[in-house]
Design a protein around this ligand. Structure first.
Ligand SMILES: [Fe+2]
Length: 361
């Protein structure tokens, strides 16, 4: 492969030295416009802390199913607490759910006004009983990774030739969420049948940060990985030579984390940056599981998802603005976390009402 995905040094981005900041901004511009992803070094997130959190996560998941079902649930569209296996599906998956269970928590304070419109998306966190150290480690890492995301968004603004706070100011109070994911061990009958841990998709938020997953073998955390083509795969931007893009392993250079572009950033940049398709391939061997950590940076729900001023071309394919919270609602319906009746809140139920009246006549 001829891929040269840039490594962005966060110390450069945070520097008071203009030249260093410009250098990092240029690396981000190339990364997000040509590839849709960047490798981030000097991010300040301890690998040991991430691995320790995965162990606490796996411990919590060993609790009884009935207890786990009380952590969040369908009433809040699984936006906090536990998402059971066979719940979420990618839009292109044709009804085939991802083979995973997850946990969602919001590590930074949320906008109260947004909560009145999107109570599920702006819900309080929920935690298992007697799991204070899990909660504290989760929120602590979530906040650190969120800080990395804010620095990267300042870099993105620089890379797009805009005021440094153009993107971060639109994110204040947004429903930023940290998600822990466990991809489940396949049964013998599922091996090599095309079952995916996670179907390919693009994220609907602004920016996703991935400090790095780890494989488990027969329940034990291991630095090892299955021999075959499994784990996170990211697809780069299509080019004339590679019209379908190129698949890149989600394993970054040592010590780096992966940052990838979500749909909201693609729209805001008028397509200068492109949302990164990614999927999780399951291994062809028994006994393997995988945990990962993803932090999703979102626009504040009241912000519009529409190209920013300089990118508002007359022929833009991203023309109609939509509120970010509403954009999220629709996506959560599309991926099976919110019920289809959610869309009735837009007033379309009038059609059903009229049909019912005419039937009754
Ligand atoms: Fe994703």
């Amino acid at each position: 492969m001829d891929l040269q995905i840039p490594v962005v040094d966060l110390n450069d981005l945070r520097s008071v030295n203009d030249e260093r900041r410009q250098r990092a901004g240029e690396a981000l511009r190339v990364a997000f416009s040509q590839y849709g992803l960047a490798y981030i070094q000097n991010h300040g997130v301890s690998r040991e802390d991430v691995l320790a959190l995965y162990e606490q996560f796996m411990d919590v998941l060993r609790r009884p199913q009935a207890e786990k079902a009380t952590w969040g649930g369908p009433d809040i569209w699984y936006q906090r607490g536990w998402t059971p296996p066979n719940t979420e599906q990618a839009v292109v998956a044709g009804g085939q759910p991802d083979f995973k269970e997850c946990y969602f928590a919001a590590p930074v304070p949320l906008d109260k006004r947004c909560r009145s419109y999107w109570p599920q998306i702006y819900n309080d966190n929920v935690w298992p009983d007697s799991a204070d150290s899990y909660r504290d480690a989760y929120l602590g890492l979530g906040r650190t990774v969120h800080g990395v995301g804010m620095d990267l968004l300042r870099g993105c603004a620089l890379a797009l030739g805009m005021r440094v706070d153009t993107l971060t100011s639109r994110c204040e109070g947004g429903a930023h969420v940290t998600r822990l994911l466990r991809y489940l061990a396949l049964s013998e009958g599922q091996l090599n049948t095309g079952v995916l841990w996670g179907e390919e998709h693009t994220d609907f938020n602004l920016l996703t940060l991935l400090p790095g997953g780890v494989f488990y073998k027969h329940g034990e955390q291991t630095g090892d990985r299955p021999a075959d083509f499994s784990g996170l795969k990211l697809r780069t931007r299509p080019t004339p030579e590679h019209p379908d893009g190129q698949l890149v392993s989600g394993v970054p250079p040592k010590g780096c984390m992966v940052a990838q572009v979500g749909q909201q950033l693609e729209v805001l940049s008028g397509g200068r940056f492109l949302a990164t398709p990614h999927g999780i391939h399951a291994p062809g061997e028994l006994g393997w599981e995988r945990t990962s950590f993803a932090h999703f940076v979102h626009l504040n729900g009241m912000q519009t998802v529409a190209p920013l001023g300089p990118f508002r071309d007359a022929d833009s394919i991203y023309a109609p603005p939509v509120l970010a919270g509403t954009y999220a609602m629709k996506t959560l319906v599309d991926i099976g976390l919110a019920p289809p009746s959610t869309m009735d809140q837009f007033g379309y139920r009038q059609y059903d009402r009229l049909a019912q009246i005419r039937e009754d006549d």
